[in-house]
Write a protein that binds this ligand. Structure first.
Ligand SMILES: *Cc1c(COP(=O)(O)O)cnc(C)c1O
Length: 419
């Protein structure tokens, strides 16, 4: 099996663990910055290119600040994500608001922050107008229906997805919005998730570009950007290959030159709303082994659990585990690596071959940088972990403290029970 990239060694990690108790998510500032630069290089052919980081993947202000410094915007989908973007200082053209089933107050805040609103449904035109008025620039989300395939490979089933407008609704919606004063349009779609296939973005781009040309011809609308949203995947398993972002950028450029340029739309900006690709590989869950147990199987129990990382329990997702300091030891023991929830799916690994593990060993659970901490919860009264940033100079900074029982009980403060 291939080795997975590490961004700390045992000594460094031991120093960090002395200062901040496990479990915590650890992020790699250097990796994050270098990755943004690669993405921007891949799309440098497009003058207006902008990545709007999907905040839901890693909603930490320090992480958002780093992305801001690298020239990214943010994609929000809820009231608190908008508050977070505002707190970090993202300005109007730097906030995308791609929500669905949107409450009125969310639209009101999005308008107040002058975010670019990406409407999920044709009925939201009147709803937005009633709530907060229609802006001059607006985006609509497209759902082409049927299945989305690259060659013979079915990538996903848009017909089963709750999101977006049909093509007929886009035509009607664009005309209606023009009547309400919209001058600049965007078009958005998200058709497949966690896709490492380099052909995904180019295929999606082609669908959106062709749709944009038809919409322009049928409605006369001025389309100023096309948003390819998220969905580029990462290799969770060491045997999987990374997507090649330069090849992806080049594939999108080809589709752009084939479809948009001949239609006189060579000024359209390309936007992305990547989450997983931006942060996934640059975060890890650091946890200490606190128990071992030998019954019908061999178990190691760690101080993190599914509340810190739900992907294995929820999607049966693979997350690679490195036992710190035992990278070169033989992988001759088979374990289930478990947390302490009263749920038998609270396991980071099942029947995993690992080096022989001892109590006190530190485990590095890979690729938790996106949809890791953020999908956490408080089941079983477990408290959420801290988040720590490994900075470029090698020092560690606490970027979110761990929850305390006081935080857990804070919504009961009015009862006087937990003073
Ligand atoms: C979740 C989401 C993203 C990011 O998805 P990734 O798979 O993390 O790249 C982008 N846009 C929208 C609208 C989303 O809901």
């Amino acid at each position: 099996m291939a080795m997975k990239r590490m961004f700390v060694n045992l000594e460094q990690l031991q120093q960090i663990v002395k200062k901040y108790a496990t479990p915590f998510h650890l992020y790699d500032e250097r990796g994050i910055r270098e990755n943004v630069r690669r993405l921007k290089k891949a799309f440098e052919w497009n003058e207006g290119f902008m990545e709007y980081f999907a905040v839901k993947a890693t909603p930490n202000p320090k992480i958002l600040q780093i992305l801001k410094e690298e020239g990214c915007g943010v994609d929000c989908s809820s009231y608190t994500e908008l508050m977070l973007a505002d707190a970090v200082g993202f300005g109007s053209s730097e906030i995308m608001f791609s929500s669905n089933v949107t409450p009125q107050e969310d639209f009101i805040l999005a308008r107040k922050l002058d975010a670019i609103i990406n409407l999920d449904d044709i009925t939201h035109i009147d709803f937005l107008e009633g709530a907060a008025g229609i802006p001059e620039i607006i985006s609509c989300r497209y759902n082409p229906g049927s299945t989305f395939a690259i060659g013979n490979d079915i990538m996903d089933n848009p017909q089963e997805a709750k999101y977006g407008f049909t093509f007929e609704q886009l035509t009607e919606g664009f005309i209606k919005l023009q009547g309400k004063g919209v001058k600049y349009f965007g078009l958005h779609a998200f058709l497949a998730s966690n896709t490492r296939d380099n052909a995904y973005y180019p295929a999606l781009a082609k669908v959106l570009f062709e749709t944009a040309v038809k919409l322009k011809n049928e409605t006369g609308a001025h389309i100023s950007f096309i948003n390819l949203s998220g969905g580029i995947g990462i290799p969770y398993h060491p045997d999987e290959k990374s997507a090649n972002i330069l090849a992806i950028g080049e594939g999108v450029r080809k589709a752009y030159e084939e479809v948009l340029v001949p239609a006189g739309m060579g000024d359209v900006a390309i936007y992305t709303e990547l989450g997983r690709f931006m942060l996934g590989p640059y975060g890890s869950l650091i946890t200490t082994v606190i128990h071992e147990k030998h019954i019908h199987k061999d178990y190691v129990g760690v101080d993190a659990c599914t509340v810190d990382l739900i992907r294995p329990a929820m999607y049966n997702a693979y997350h690679h585990i490195t036992v710190m300091g035992k990278e070169k030891a033989p992988f001759n023991c088979q374990y289930d690596v478990t947390g302490g929830l009263c749920e038998n799916n609270d396991k980071f690994a099942v029947d995993r071959m690992l080096p022989q593990i001892d109590i006190g060993d530190i485990l590095f659970i890979h690729d938790t940088g996106a949809h890791g901490y953020s999908m956490g919860h408080n089941y079983n009264g477990k408290l959420r972990s801290a988040e720590v940033l490994l900075k470029e100079d090698g020092s560690a900074e606490l970027i979110r403290r761990a929850e305390t029982p006081k935080d857990y009980f804070s919504t009961l403060d009015f009862t006087g029970l937990f003073k």
